[in-house]
Design a protein around this ligand. Structure first.
Ligand SMILES: [Zn+2]
Length: 247
């Protein structure tokens, strides 16, 4: 049995992933499912895990989406598409030049205005952009958790940030989807709408197509999660309290 498969099996069956009484490098106790890492106070470690997860899921979702969009003659845009090329700006919003500082490194003064989506597909008449947002159900801003609600909270936050700069609801030529997904596997409402869009493009019976897409996403999520546990276990878990927090 490969390590990834064993971890996936353990996650699926809610078996402990690390021994009880383990610690995080930050000094906190590490729970047996290593979920602590999503809200670890050590920002570097937390971001490493979040970014890896985000990147893996975005790439997988792009790969899954490609064959569906192809049927509608929409093709993958290169890299991370700049939103400003596709979305209408909110009237009056200007994108300032980067301001050079002493060290010579330009600092983006207005990061949202230079926002890039994770991936996109474009055809003659329209463009679809996707911004993936991964949320842990343990995140502080999530209250009264039910599956999908943490993803919805992440989606709302993204939409709020975007709508300061872009008219995200003006959809004549370009739609943007905020694909909210939870580290535990739950999908947000808008992510489920995106799945429906793909299923419609497939042209087959909707219910079956939707199930097929969910299955593909679920497999990828499980792999991403197994990967996260593997990294956490090897790099951040201690079997004794750290001598000094953060050491
Ligand atoms: Zn920690």
């Amino acid at each position: 049995m490969t390590v990834a498969f064993r971890i996936a099996f353990q996650i699926r069956n809610l078996l402990p992933l690390i021994p009880d009484g383990s610690f995080c490098r930050c000094g906190s106790e590490m729970d047996r499912f290593t979920s602590h890492i999503y809200c670890c106070p050590t920002q570097g470690d937390r971001n490493k895990i979040r970014n890896t997860m985000h990147c893996t899921i975005s790439q997988a979702l792009k790969r899954i989406s490609t064959k569906y969009f192809k049927k509608a003659k929409l093709y993958a845009l290169n890299g991370e598409p700049a939103c400003d090329h596709f979305l209408e700006r909110v009237p009056g919003v200007q994108i300032p030049e980067d301001e050079p500082i002493a060290s010579g490194q330009p600092v983006p003064r207005n990061p949202m205005a230079k926002r890039r989506a994770d991936f996109g597909f474009s055809g003659v008449a329209r463009t679809i952009l996707v911004d993936v947002t991964t949320t842990s159900p343990l995140a502080k801003e999530v209250k009264d958790y039910r599956p999908g609600s943490a993803a919805d909270a992440g989606t709302k936050k993204k939409a709020r940030e975007y709508s300061k700069w872009f008219q995200i609801h003006q959809t004549d030529r370009c739609n943007i989807f905020f694909f909210g997904v939870e580290t535990s596997g739950g999908l947000g409402k808008e992510a489920r709408q995106y799945v429906k869009l793909l299923a419609r493009l497939a042209g087959g019976p909707m219910g079956m197509e939707i199930q097929r897409i969910y299955q593909q996403i679920a497999v990828e999520l499980q792999t991403a999660r197994a990967n996260q546990v593997y990294i956490t276990r090897n790099r951040f878990v201690l079997h004794h309290p750290p001598a000094q927090p953060g050491s």
